[in-house]
Design a protein around this ligand. Structure first.
Ligand SMILES: Nc1ncnc2c1ncn2[C@@H]1O[C@H](COP(=O)(O)OP(=O)(O)OP(=O)(O)O)[C@@H](O)[C@H]1O
Length: 231
């Protein structure tokens, strides 16, 4: 029996006021398990990023709750939630969110420094993580000197360096060419998925669907289907 990683129940989120009020997520419930890669797909504006942000502890839902590894995350105070996220969830943003004034290694070290690990130790671990994503030679460069695919791998290394149980990607291949996108997904699938980790991926990119275990479809804020991926 697979172990439950995430239990989302009756999540709803509205944005805006009056006539501009829109429901981004509408009564969404689902479970995700350790050892799986769950894709979230659907048309633009269907609520994928909003749902991902709620599950990751970034955006508070107006209704409903999320249990991540036995913790009811939206019942936590803000400090406890920040600490839970730091220890449990790695989030890779669509546009990477790398800090331009820091070196590549320093960018990767940030989660460890936030966890109050020493600077020197954090940088050593960051360099080791850059080796895993095949970017050891770029450690001292600023991110601006790296290609889009390399920056994506830096963002992955930063999300991974604290060994989170839940790894969340928002459109990981959106700005990459097909080959680079597939290579990155193959890397995530082969190197990062294990039975202690659950990976959620929002994507439009049909070229990477082969890496999904299950695929969730969203439309107008609702989860319309959640199925095993075809083999
Ligand atoms: N901060 C916000 N303020 C107001 N409306 C928002 C905000 N964020 C999202 N929305 C609206 O909520 C709805 C869902 O947006 P969301 O970004 O979750 O969709 P998405 O499926 O991820 O879209 P895309 O594939 O284009 O990224 C959209 O109608 C969007 O305009």
């Amino acid at each position: 029996m697979p172990r439950l990683a995430i239990r989302a129940r009756h999540l709803s989120k509205w944005f805006g006021e009056g006539s501009a009020r829109t429901q981004a997520v509408a009564d969404a419930s689902f479970d995700a398990y350790f050892g799986e890669i769950l894709f979230i797909v659907g048309p633009s504006g269907s609520g994928k990023t909003t749902l991902l942000s709620i599950i990751s502890g970034i955006l508070r839902p107006d209704q409903g709750g999320v249990i991540v590894k036995d913790t009811d995350i939206w019942q936590l105070g803000s400090d406890a939630l920040a600490e839970f996220r730091l220890n449990t969830i790695g989030f890779v943003f669509q546009d990477y969110h790398l800090f331009p004034r820091l070196s590549t290694a320093e960018n990767v070290a940030i989660p460890l420094i936030l966890k109050k690990r020493g600077w020197r130790e954090s940088l050593e671990l960051a360099r080791a993580e850059l080796q895993v994503v095949d970017l050891a030679s770029r450690a001292e460069l600023p991110p601006v000197k790296l290609s889009g695919g390399e920056q994506q791998r830096v963002a992955i290394a930063r999300a991974m360096v604290g060994r989170p149980d839940i790894l969340v990607f928002d459109e990981p291949t959106a700005s990459l060419d097909g080959d680079t996108g597939r290579r990155i997904l193959a890397f995530v699938h082969d190197q990062m998925l294990n039975d202690q980790r659950c990976i959620l991926i929002v994507t439009h990119d049909a070229r990477i669907f082969e890496f999904a275990d299950r695929i969730m479809h969203m439309e107008d804020g609702k989860i319309t289907t959640l199925e095993q991926a075809p083999t």
